[in-house]
Design a protein around this ligand. Structure first.
Ligand code: ZN
Ligand code: FE
Length: 253
């Protein structure tokens, strides 16, 4: 199985999972690049996976389903037109055409019913975990998002993470503001800048690389706690409070 990014809109990636004959797409916000890729490569669409209800992730469903009425897997707890197979924590998505199987993870926070798909050593996490960042809390609480991020962080460190946006450089600029002395962040800025200068995606990324560079997974690091308390203007006693203060600061950054 190969995994190919189709750039969409300003900074989205629609992920195509494919072999020689079949393809599965994740979060098709736009149908046009998908239909063009399938036609160019002579692939038949087997299924569609959706992580959450935002239009930049589901906008392409009507046109894709009009072209090929395939199963659409998506969050049971969100109301999305076109989903034929609602999924939730504990569920499985079997995709025999591309010889893959994914487990469903409930990861609320960005939206109330957001799900992720984990299997074959890879994770599709939509707008929950980004490279060196995390999604905005549109519908969930800080405690929910903190729990979701830590659920993902518990996956094997060699998991390749496929998020849906190219936000890495701006996330790293924020990470450097949180921890100016973090040498791992400084090094990751250099490697990410080199990738972008060569017009390469910074996604996927290795989960293990997040622990020393992603401020939203570092609520127990003394430097992060200090910055969170400075932003909040008072002492913070729990990792969730630290996470919430850093997330709040990022909204204004
Ligand atoms: Zn979103
Ligand atoms: Fe999005």
């Amino acid at each position: 199985m190969q995994i190919i990014p189709l750039p969409a809109f300003r900074d989205n990636y629609i992920w195509v999972l494919r072999n020689d004959r079949h393809a599965v797409v994740v979060d098709p916000g736009d149908a046009e690049p998908v239909l063009r890729y399938l036609a160019d490569e002579g692939l038949s669409l087997e299924a569609i996976l959706v992580t959450h209800h935002h239009s930049d992730h589901v906008g392409g469903l009507p046109a894709l389903l009009a072209a090929s009425p395939v199963p659409v897997y998506g969050p049971a707890r969100e109301n999305i037109a076109g989903i034929s197979h609602p999924v939730a924590e504990g569920g499985e998505v079997r995709l025999p055409g591309i010889d893959a199987c994914f487990k469903v993870l409930d990861i609320p926070g960005h939206t109330a019913g957001h799900v992720g798909y984990y299997g074959e050593g890879v994770l599709f996490c939509g707008d929950t975990l980004f490279a060196a960042g995390c999604g905005r809390l549109f519908e969930g609480t800080p405690a929910q998002m903190y729990a979701s991020l830590n659920k993902l962080a518990a996956l094997p460190g060699d998991t390749r993470v496929y998020c849906t946006h190219e936000y890495t450089l701006s996330n790293l600029a924020f990470a450097a503001a949180v921890e100016p002395d973090n040498t791992a962040v400084i090094a990751r800025i250099a490697t990410s800048q080199a990738l972008r200068a060569a017009d390469q995606p910074t996604v996927p990324f290795l989960l293990a690389g997040e622990f020393d560079t992603n401020p939203f997974l570092r609520s127990d690091a003394p430097a992060v706690i200090r910055q969170a308390e400075a932003q909040a203007g008072h002492a913070l006693t729990t990792p969730v409070e630290v996470f919430a203060a850093i997330r709040e600061w990022k909204n204004r950054f």
